[in-house]
Design a protein around this ligand. Structure first.
Ligand code: DAH
Length: 340
């Protein structure tokens, strides 16, 4: 018993306390009712009267010693933590969290949506894995017609009816089937074409389709809508030009050009010295397409357009290589602050 007391006394003196956790360990070992020191008091009950007298005092002294040491250790631990707090400068600016930013293509997509939403267009979605009917036939591309070669398509070998959509126009007929006119919708999404990758082309890219069908929709509505869009997107001095073109699903069809943002029409290498840059294809929805969508072309007319999001983003931020969008190089991506 005496030996045990001596051992514990040494431990109380030499126990290292550097943190709150150490202090708690000290308390559990020497102060708490279930600790080592208190268990000696239990042993004392079994001792003879003589021993009780002698050891009782020793144990009480030891208990006192442990309690005193605990108090002083407690004070010193508390002092060090509060003095740490005093040396902390709360006025220092915080270290900013790296939150990332939106991809430039998304910035452009959101801006396009914002502009058309104000004109009453909603946003619709369609499948990227598509059947021949929605991507081609319903859009008035006759089977085996050379117009299908305007878009180099990825087909699934086992089932030529399944393909990766080549344009967002595939959503048009789905929309017509699902809702009655008036239809006023834009359809952003990814499209795929079997093209060699270069600074100007990629095997996948993004488009926004637009469709407006109602009674008495005319070509002037198409022109005014896209003129408004061009001014909102590229600045109020932007001009537009419509060039006659051909698409199977529109008649008449037109290519939409905007005045070159770089040289303002004087001619530079971006606009190939023409002063104009193409941004979209468009036209009045072909009566066959309306019929395929279950809409009577005698009662309703409409216009449609389709534009490339990459193209618009490149013009907007003066980017000269399409590959940058999918290379995942953060030095490029983090330059775009998330302001739509
Ligand atoms: N789908 C066409 C393309 O990818 C673009 C297009 C042209 C869409 C005219 C239209 C349109 O809705 O009316 O080349």
């Amino acid at each position: 018993m005496e030996e045990k007391v001596k051992k514990i006394q040494q431990e109380v003196d030499s126990f290292l306390v550097k943190s709150k956790d150490d202090l708690e360990a000290f308390r559990l070992k020497f102060i708490s009712k279930k600790g080592q020191l208190m268990s000696l008091f239990d042993d004392l009950k079994l001792a003879s009267v003589e021993e009780k007298k002698k050891l009782g005092k020793t144990l009480n002294d030891l208990k006192q010693l442990a309690e005193n040491r605990f108090k002083s250790l407690q004070e010193s631990i508390e002092n060090t933590t509060s003095s740490d707090r005093e040396t902390m400068d709360l006025s220092l600016p915080v270290i900013p969290n790296k939150t990332g930013n939106l991809h430039p293509l998304n910035l452009t997509r959101y801006r396009i949506i914002e502009i058309f939403e104000r004109l009453g267009f909603n946003v619709s979605d369609g499948p990227e894995i598509e059947d021949d009917w929605h991507n081609f036939t319903a859009l008035n591309f006759p089977e085996n017609h050379p117009a299908r070669e305007m878009q180099d398509t990825f087909f699934i070998e086992k089932n030529p009816d399944v393909l990766l959509r080549t344009h967002t126009s595939n959503v048009q007929v789905r929309l017509m089937k699902n809702q009655k006119p008036p239809i006023r919708s834009i359809m952003p999404g990814r499209v795929y074409r079997n093209e060699a990758i270069s600074a100007r082309a990629h095997c996948f890219f993004h488009q926004v389709e637009g469709l407006y069908i109602d009674k008495n929709v005319g070509f002037s509505d198409l022109k005014q809508t896209l003129y408004h869009f061009a001014k909102e997107m590229f600045g109020k001095d932007t001009k537009i030009r419509l060039r006659p073109s051909y698409f199977p699903f529109t008649e008449p069809s037109a290519e939409i050009d905007i005045s070159c943002l770089i040289c303002h029409g004087k001619g530079c290498n971006v606009c190939k010295y023409s002063g104009w840059v193409e941004i979209a294809g468009s036209g009045m929805v072909h009566p066959n397409v309306l019929r395929n969508g279950g809409i009577d072309p005698e009662e309703f007319t409409g216009f449609a357009f389709g534009m490339g999001i990459e193209r618009i983003t490149m013009l907007r931020y003066s980017i000269n290589d399409l590959r940058l969008f999918s290379e995942n190089d953060v030095r490029f991506l983090r330059q775009f602050k998330s302001v739509v």
